[in-house]
Write a protein that binds this ligand. Structure first.
Ligand code: NAP
Length: 246
């Protein structure tokens, strides 16, 4: 048996049209999974990348601005692996931060993660199956950050959710883990990379000496979805070029 193979598994990746989610979807397909690419807009590019590589993928449109939108994603779909990747960030000084920016981020990054996971677990339990949940946390699951209060709160929440769901569901056949990516070059961090001072300060602190790439996260997600990690649950794995070790 190849402990890193996802052959015979079916994965659903949220926010699979771009960035880290796209890289995870492609890597999981390369590892043998059939992949459902979920996005608030078409994931056609990701589906085509997987098809070109000889994999199998489909897409579903879902907008987590309604945090209950994931409730019907799993009916009859036999999904074994859920990657809660979709996320947003809003930046403003804490003193000026608005309720709208608070609620928007908390809905997508925290409430939707919980209720999508709940819907997934109901499907797995109903068919007596096994499952894996991979949440995308953040360095701001551990650190305070600057000018991103709802993002920091939501990602601390993702860490807590990962642990409580692992406590309740591991014995029932679902492992729940998270990846805490470091600073990865995607649209999520465009504003930081556009700011020469912030960009230089961040790069200076990363022991690996470079920003991360979506692919750096993707293979870790494959590991957390594969049999190789069957005894791993409730973990939050930093994939940050060494940032948190400084
Ligand atoms: P990204 O390129 O902006 O990707 C975010 C994904 O989430 C996109 O596919 C986006 O769709 C989707 N999304 C946003 N709101 C949604 C909604 N309401 N419904 C459905 N999908 C929605 O940034 P990324 O860096 O790859 O982010 C992926 C995850 O990694 C996020 O959870 C983020 O917080 C986390 N993360 C990123 C970093 C980093 O340094 N980049 C570090 C730590 C954690 P659209 O394309 O339509 O916006």
């Amino acid at each position: 048996m190849n402990a890193f193979s996802l052959s015979g598994r079916k994965a659903l990746v949220t926010g699979a049209n771009a960035g880290i989610g796209q890289a995870i979807a492609v890597a999981m397909a390369r590892a043998g999974a059939e992949v459902v690419c979920a996005g608030r807009r078409s994931c056609g590019e990701t589906v085509a990348m997987i098809g070109d590589a000889g994999g199998v993928a489909g897409e579903v449109i879902v907008d987590f601005a309604d945090p209950m939108a994931g409730a019907s994603l799993f009916e009859g779909a036999n999904i074994d692996i859920l990657v809660n990747n979709a996320g947003i960030i809003r930046r403003a000084d804490c003193i000026d931060f608005t309720e709208e920016d608070w609620d928007a981020v908390m809905d997508v990054n925290a409430k939707a993660v919980f209720f999508t996971s709940q819907a997934f677990a109901k499907g797995v339990f109903a068919r007596g199956g096994q499952g894996k949940i991979v949440n995308i946390a953040s360095l701001l699951s551990f650190q305070g950050g600057i000018r991103v209060p709802s993002y920091t709160t939501s990602k601390h929440g993702v860490a807590g959710l990962t642990r409580i769901l692992a406590n309740e569901w591991t014995a029932r056949g679902i492992n729940v883990n998270a990846i805490a990516p470091g600073y990865i070059a995607t649209s999520n961090t465009q504003a930081l990379r556009d700011d020469p001072d912030r960009s230089a300060a961040i790069l200076d602190r990363i022991p690996a000496g470079r920003w991360g790439r979506p692919d750096d996260i993707a293979e870790t997600a494959v590991y957390l979805a594969a049999p190789a990690s069957d005894y791993v649950s409730g973990a939050i794995l930093n994939v940050d070029g060494g940032w948190l070790a400084r």
